[in-house]
Structures are given as structure tokens and as C-alpha cells.
Design a protein around this ligand. Structure first.
Ligand code: FES
Length: 103
């Protein structure tokens, strides 16, 4: 059964900003992109460093360490040196809260 975890109220994450939540020792970054919320694991698959501080542009994020680029909505890796996609999470607005789905 899916476990939904509260992240924030929608107005607490302004457009193009993000919030980190820690769920079961896993950091998850929740982004607001043009009013839509997306959640990715805040862990670059290249060397397992935090990703959320990277440059966000056109729904992509560039890792601040070595420049790998990922699509935030899908987690797909778009440019090296990372080879693996990001872990993504379902997001919903429920009773006025942004929630992410975790197993
Ligand atoms: S840690 Fe992200 S590209 Fe190296």
C-alpha cells in the first residue's frame, strides 16, 4: 500500500524553488515547475552527491558537481557523466498539502 508523506503547503514552495524532505533516511527534493510539483531523490547517481542545488532550466536540473543533466518530471538522465536515471516519486495535493508517495 502506498504511503503518502506530507511535504509542505503548495504556497510554501514558490515557482522554480524546491524543498527537501527526509523520508526513511532518504532525501527527496520536491520542485515547483510552473505550478506543477515533482519529486526526485536528492542523490545524483554519478557519485551520490546532493543534486537539488543545481541549475534548474526548462524542467531539467544540472548537477552542481560534475554537470550531469536530468529531466525532473521523468528523472531521465540527459547528459553524462551520470549513466542512471534519478529515482522519482508520485506527488499529489491532498487536503491542502503536497504529498509524496513512498513505499
Ligand atoms: S555527482 Fe552529479 S554529476 Fe557527478
Amino acid at each position: 500500500m502506498t504511503k503518502w508523506v506530507d511535504v509542505a503547503k503548495p504556497n510554501e514552495i514558490p515557482e522554480s524553488e524546491y524543498k527537501i524532505v527526509i523520508v526513511d533516511d532518504t532525501p527527496i527534493a520536491v520542485f515547483n515547475l510552473q505550478g506543477n510539483f515533482y519529486a526526485i531523490q536528492d542523490n545524483c547517481p554519478h557519485q551520490h552527491l546532493p543534486l537539488a542545488d543545481g541549475i534548474v532550466e526548462n524542467n531539467t536540473i544540472t548537477c552542481p558537481f560534475h554537470g550531469a543533466i536530468f529531466d525532473i518530471p521523468t528523472g531521465e538522465v540527459l547528459a553524462p557523466p551520470a549513466c542512471d536515471d534519478l529515482v522519482t516519486y508520485q506527488v499529489r495535493i491532498h487536503e491542502g498539502m503536497i504529498q509524496v508517495a513512498v513505499l
